[in-house]
Design a protein around this ligand. Structure first.
Ligand code: GDP
Ligand code: IMO
Ligand code: MG
Length: 426
């Protein structure tokens, strides 16, 4: 049975959490395959809001198994806080339904310190990271000095690896950033009680996916961040440190790309971005204020105000191309209602030419001029619509135009944060 991949088509916060929660109905195993607690995925069920940073967004469906793949970077403290918080609300958080791969890399205290020190040392060119130690943890993974969940099972190895990592980290802390060095014993002592609690969750996630496939249990792969934050294909250097395109669903969880089936690309009805970096359709006018305030556009992880702008079809077309989208899940349609007009960026003007895909050179996206077409908006409140036919004509026309310009069908329309505020088209 082919898996279902849900991922972000923009710069994150598209509403992936809501869509994963919805589509969990069709799956038995939900796998987070990359990123860490830089993510904030929001689920609203019957008016109750849950924000998840590491635990897969299928967790509210009792009986479904949620697993964290090798491609994720896991902060033990955050993981356990999330486990405890959910358990306190009555969710079964036992190792029978939650697992962490042996190969998942661990975010260590020195990763967080390094992330913060680097950002504050950068004068004008801050990435605007979430400060969660994501980049430094992925760096250690690539440098082959990372700590993995499996190391919790071998204390001697764990101590040796921490000591080795600290040689270099402490040289940076003291020599470059004027900070105090960390001691191996202190780091180990703080980690030990967390590691003890995480040990029962450590499992062979790759084998679990294989078993699920063999027994016909549907697998849902949950992406974090978004295509344009991808380390290779995003707006480098203003990106995160993992691969956010769906090909990583296979390597980040431990299965063959042949196991990936339908690809649901989640896209907001407009565009938002948190942190620094180019944003061609960004608005600093009453329309941008409308999107920010009506859309309650504050980051679910850091609480930062999200930058807002019109829908950018150049970026969406690129996301559809890179991910092989089979269906778009269009979220936050309700937020557009009441505007005097809607603009869609259909192409860019760049160095005198009209282009349909993002320019390749670093920094070039900051110099494109969006080419817009304007469409009428609607005044009706669409948040109570539950079928396609109930939507106002202007809203339907907007969606149909997005389909036409992106080349991908809109199969789900979300008209509010709640699980129920959803229109299925196919
Ligand atoms: P994710 O990181 O992609 O899971 O998205 P976030 O949870 O960070 O941000 C999406 C925000 O939009 C959350 O507050 C959701 O509850 C909310 N949301 C999702 N879909 C809709 C929708 O259709 N309408 C409105 N108004 N809010 C939505
Ligand atoms: P979800 O899964 C939005 C952004 C940060 C920053 C850049 C690098 O909720 O969609 P990092 O801490 O990853 O090194 O920061 O990436 N970023 C996100 N923006 N949603 C996210 O996740 C993000 N995860 C990282 O704001 O610009
Ligand atoms: Mg988010």
């Amino acid at each position: 049975m082919a898996g279902l991949v849900v991922h972000g088509a923009q710069w994150g916060d598209e509403g992936k959490g809501k869509i994963v929660d919805l589509l969990t109905e069709q799956a038995g195993l939900i796998v987070r395959f990359h990123g860490g607690n830089n993510a904030g995925h929001t689920l609203v069920v019957g008016g109750e809001k849950t924000v998840l940073h590491l635990i897969p967004s299928g967790i509210l469906h009792q009986g479904k198994r949620c697993v964290i793949g090798a491609g994720v970077v896991l902060d033990p403290e955050v993981f356990l806080m999330e486990v405890d918080k959910l358990a306190a609300t009555g969710v079964d958080m036992s190792p029978a339904r939650l697992a962490v791969s042996y190969r998942t890399h661990i975010i260590m205290p020195y990763h967080k310190l390094l992330d913060a020190a680097r950002e504050s040392a950068k004068a004008g060119a801050k990435i605007g990271t979430t400060g969660r130690g994501i980049g430094p943890c992925y760096e250690d993974k690539a440098s082959r000095v990372g700590i993995r969940a499996a190391d919790f099972l071998d204390e001697e190895l764990l101590a040796r690896k921490i000591e080795h990592a600290l040689c270099e980290k402490n040289a940076l802390f003291t020599g470059l950033y004027g900070m105090e060095p960390l001691k191996t014993d202190d780091v180990l002592a703080a980690l030990k009680p967390l590691a003890e609690r995480i040990k029962p969750y450590i499992a062979d996630v790759s084998a679990m996916i294989q078993e699920a496939n063999a027994s016909g249990v549907g697998v849902l792969f949950e992406g974090a961040q978004g295509t344009h934050l991808d380390i290779d294909h995003g707006t480098y250097p203003f990106v995160t440190s993992s691969s956010c395109v769906i090909s990583n669903a296979a390597s980040g969880s431990g299965c063959s790309p042949r196991e990936l089936g339908a690809v649901v690309s989640v896209v907001k009805a407009y565009t938002t971005r948190v942190g620094s970096g180019p944003f061609p359709t960004e608005l600093s006018c009453k329309h941008g204020d409308h999107l920010q305030s009506v859309g309650a556009e504050f980051g679910a992880t850091t609480g930062r105000k999200r930058r807002c702008g019109w829908q950018d079809m150049v970026l969406l077309r690129e996301a559809v191309r890179l991910n092989g989208t089979t269906g778009l899940a269009l979220t936050k349609l309700d937020v557009l209602g009441g505007l005097d007009q809607i603009k869609i960026c259909t192409a860019y003007r760049y160095e005198g030419a009209e282009i349909l895909y993002p320019p390749q050179r670093e920094g070039a996206l900051a110099h494109v001029e969006p080419i817009y077409e304007t469409m009428p908006c609607w005044t009706e409140d669409v948040s109570k619509c539950r079928t396609w036919d109930e939507l106002p004509k202007a809203a339907k026309d907007y969606i149909l135009r997005l389909e036409e310009l992106s080349g991908a069908p809109v199969s789900i329309v979300s008209v509010g944060p709640d699980r129920e505020q959803t229109i299925y088209r196919s």
